[in-house]
Design a protein around this ligand. Structure first.
Ligand SMILES: NC(=O)c1ccc[n+]([C@@H]2O[C@H](COP(=O)([O-])OP(=O)(O)OC[C@H]3O[C@@H](n4cnc5c(N)ncnc54)[C@H](O)[C@@H]3O)[C@@H](O)[C@H]2O)c1
Length: 344
């Protein structure tokens, strides 16, 4: 079988920690091209992976060199690059948040459809074993009716992660469009939709810049959310959890409480109403500190979907719905009103 020829656009941290090494390990992939506007970075990455270096994504896309690309650039470039790739007949794995507006997201979905190419959004939280097990327990009725939830994603901020440190695009509104609310919050709106198996329909939120006076985006956000069946809960996203990352979710049901990624050893703890406790050790969640030790599954799933011509596990529509909750949260903060998600 011919190998899938892949390009990676943007050679910053997520490309270095996840996309590049995971493509390299995939036997069905040939990593043929990398692109970064920082020429030195593009060259160094190309040398490390035996690929060709580009500083212009247009050039990479126009010569028929690749069958698929990962889009690992700042957020404001996700839609233009993805659309250009899809129109060039190239499958796309795009990082989150998928776009900066609903309109952009719709244009990406339309471009994938028009060209008959795959568009997957890299929502890796869906592939974390504790999250998958929680979804199964809820779907099977084991937890009973779900009443409420509490989810959080916070760390010290992108200056400790981005390849450009404190000078990163993450802090510029024009390039990031949103701060912690979009960067980390969208992981959790996607996770809630996935684990609960229903849509979030109403959002109220406070979105602040509290800790990073050099940033022109938010670094702390707290939302109250309501789902279509009436489950209510909170979501916190932060770039100012200074000493320890929080990536936890708690789901309160009729028959049990599920604690996901809260305990450092037991990635899922199920506390039943009758006092019984079941601990699951399902492996660690990927974190900024974990480097390339464990796979996200995102890259392999994308490659499999392209090769087998199957639907990708996280479609553009799914990415858009998770983004819409973030857009509603931003609107709620502006208007000081509860915002209905799908009616916007
Ligand atoms: N799925 C996850 O868990 C996860 C984690 C971190 C980041 N991300 C997402 O990945 C994307 C990239 O984030 P990062 O942490 O790697 O950022 P980063 O700052 O480390 O790297 C971004 C890279 O993009 C390059 N770039 C900028 N403009 C470009 C252009 N026009 N063409 C090519 N390259 C360009 C920069 O030079 C830089 O090397 C973001 O959308 C971010 O939200 C996802």
């Amino acid at each position: 079988m011919e190998k899938l020829r892949v390009g990676v656009i943007g050679c910053g941290s997520i490309a270095q920690y996840r996309h590049l090494p995971e493509y390299k390990l995939n036997k069905n992939v040939e990593l043929v091209a990398v692109c970064d506007i920082n020429e030195e970075r593009a060259q160094a990455t190309a040398e490390k992976y035996g690929a060709k270096a580009y500083t212009s994504y247009e050039e990479l896309l126009c010569n028929g060199l690749v069958d698929a690309v990962s889009v690992c650039t700042p957020n404001y470039l996700h839609a233009p690059i993805s659309i250009e790739a899809l129109n060039a007949g190239v499958h796309v794995l795009c990082e989150k948040p998928m776009a900066t507006s609903k309109q952009e997201a719709e244009e990406m979905i339309a471009a994938a459809k028009a060209n008959g190419k795959k568009l997957m959004i890299a929502h890796n939280q869906r592939f974390v074993p504790s999250h998958q097990r929680a979804r199964q327990l809820i779907q099977s009725g084991e937890v009973g009716k779900i009443y409420s939830f509490r989810t959080a994603f916070g760390h010290g901020g992108p200056e400790g992660w981005s390849v450009d440190g404190k000078d990163s695009w993450f802090f510029e509104k024009e390039k990031a469009f949103v701060g912690a609310m979009g960067d980390l919050g969208v992981h959790k709106t996607d996770l809630l939709r996935y684990v609960l198996g229903e849509e979030i329909t109403e959002v109220g939120s406070f979105v602040e810049t509290s800790a990073k006076n050099f940033a022109d985006v938010d670094d702390n956000a707290v939302c109250v959310l309501k789902t279509e069946s009436g489950i209510i809960g909170t979501l916190a996203a932060s770039w100012s959890y200074v000493s320890k990352e929080d990536n936890s979710t708690i789901i309160y049901g009729e028959k049990a409480i599920l604690r996901l990624e809260e305990d450092p050893v037991n990635s899922l703890v199920v506390q039943y109403a009758n006092g019984e406790v079941v601990n699951y050790q399902l492996g660690k969640i990927q974190s900024n500190d974990a480097g390339g030790q464990n796979t996200t599954h995102v890259i392999n799933k994308f490659v499999d979907s392209v090769i087998n011509n199957e639907e990708v596990p996280v479609t553009g529509e799914e990415g858009m719905r998770s983004l819409e909750v973030i857009l509603a949260a931003l609107e709620s903060n502006e208007t000081k009103q509860i915002v209905r998600v799908r009616e916007r």
